[in-house]
Design a protein around this ligand. Structure first.
Ligand code: FAD
Length: 380
């Protein structure tokens, strides 16, 4: 059985950055349940076993994430940029029929190309198991024994490995975090659902500036967070973050129908055919941030790092991965690594606190309406 210094579970933005930083200096294994590559041939896509599935995500790169990349000398290749780059965001308050146009600096990406580009930066020395899900964690005297499995049935293959440090970069529904028995509060776990309308459906959907602007909409009957419309060159995404009560009542489908109905008076018609995807999305309070325990570390959304006001997660994934890499590279003793990681993450905690206070303003219907009515920060 192979022994590693660090096993990273999850090859999303957080896991990819950590593997890139540690790969040349430590023996690292990077594991992801998704294959991370689309099948090269149709015959391959018909094979049993997991298929590449793009993570349910808006794929917008915020200025903070862009700044982090350029500070590291990482410049986005053209291949990851979407052909549509809106510079306006339309805010729609569906209760008061208010709308305003705001300038925005988000970069519109293809999530799958962005993810593949980040993974292309991982050094060759890093062992990768894509298409393998972490199934079992056993604590041992000097580390952990992990069991990975490909596919859901008995025909899948099983790999066992050992590691000294275990890193959960496995997102909002982190198994590594569950192993530590420190889940985020259930009210912090939203269900994000996205209906993706291919460009061919363009005739069946309509709305003001639909193909040129981002849209964020608000209505307390739909969500206490927000919903969004994101145009891409080959598709339009209609999404919403649904609070725990919708998730628990398993009413997502009914809720998406209600959303489409409520958008109609605002001039948006989403009657075309679509592909639906969904996943958990954390909207953390400070108490939901948890960096791990003993020799288990959490980074990115698994640690609760994501903006509670906008659901922007890339910058938090990058910075937390970078902080942990610095701690591991500087210290050998686990207690020192843990301390250095915790200290480095204080700024991120403060940032979450700031975003929580921003959220009180943005998501209070009366304050939001007052701001929108006043035209403060708006273009039109
Ligand atoms: C609908 C939606 C829209 C969003 N839009 C944006 C946006 O536009 N901009 C932005 O900045 N952020 C956005 N976010 C947030 C962003 O997607 C996340 O915060 C970010 O991807 C977190 O990165 P991560 O690496 O921590 O986790 P993830 O990107 O979630 O990656 C976790 C990885 O772990 C793997 N994994 C999970 N469990 C296991 C297991 N047991 N074994 C092996 N592998 C496992 C998964 O396959 C996945 O690849 C959005 C989130 C949602 C839900």
């Amino acid at each position: 059985m192979e022994n590693y210094d660090v096993a990273i579970i999850g090859a999303g933005p957080a896991g990819a950055v950590l593997a890139q930083r540690l790969g040349l200096k430590r023996k690292v294994v990077l594991v992801d349940a998704r294959p991370m590559q689309a099948p090269a041939r149709i015959s391959e896509s018909l094979c049993a076993g997991p298929h590449y599935l793009e993570k349910c995500c808006g794929g917008l790169l915020a200025p903070d994430a862009r700044k982090w990349l350029s500070n590291r000398g990482l410049f986005l290749p053209a291949s990851v940029l979407d052909g549509v780059q809106p510079d306006n965001l339309r805010a729609l308050d569906l209760t008061g029929s208010l709308e305003r146009l705001y300038p925005t600096e988000y970069i519109n990406l293809s999530r799958s190309s962005f993810e593949k580009w980040l993974l292309s930066l991982v050094p060759r020395g890093v062992e990768t198991f894509y298409g393998y899900r972490l199934k079992k964690i056993e604590r041992e005297k000097t580390g952990f024994k992990l069991r990975l499995s490909s596919g859901n049935n008995a025909s899948g293959s099983v790999i066992e490995l050992r590691c000294r440090f275990l890193v959960g970069a496995d997102g909002a529904n982190s198994m590594v975090r569950r192993f530590l028995n420190r889940p985020a509060r259930s009210q912090a776990a939203y269900l994000a659902v996205q209906d993706v309308f291919p460009a061919e459906s363009a005739d069946a959907i309509s709305g003001a500036g639909l193909f040129e602007e981002y849209v964020a909409f608000f209505h307390p009957m739909l969500t206490d967070f927000y919903g969004w419309i994101i145009p891409k060159s080959d598709q339009i995404i209609l999404g919403m973050a649904m609070p725990a009560w919708v998730r628990e009542a398993k009413k997502a489908t009914v809720h998406m129908e209600l959303l489409k109905k409520m958008l109609r008076p605002a001039g948006y018609d989403f009657s075309g055919s679509f592909r639906r995807s969904g996943c958990l999305l954390l909207r953390p309070h400070l108490s939901d941030v948890f960096l791990g325990d003993d020799s288990v570390f959490l980074i990115g959304e698994a640690a609760g790092f994501i903006s509670p006001s906008s659901a922007e997660g890339y910058s938090y994934a990058f910075i937390s991965a970078d902080n942990l890499a610095n701690a591991i590279l500087r210290h050998d003793h686990v207690a020192k690594v843990r301390r250095a990681y915790a200290v480095a993450c204080l700024k991120m905690r403060a940032n979450i606190l700031y975003k929580l206070s921003k959220s009180l303003i943005m998501f209070s219907p009366s304050i939001r309406q007052m701001i929108m009515y006043s035209g403060l920060f708006a273009k039109v």
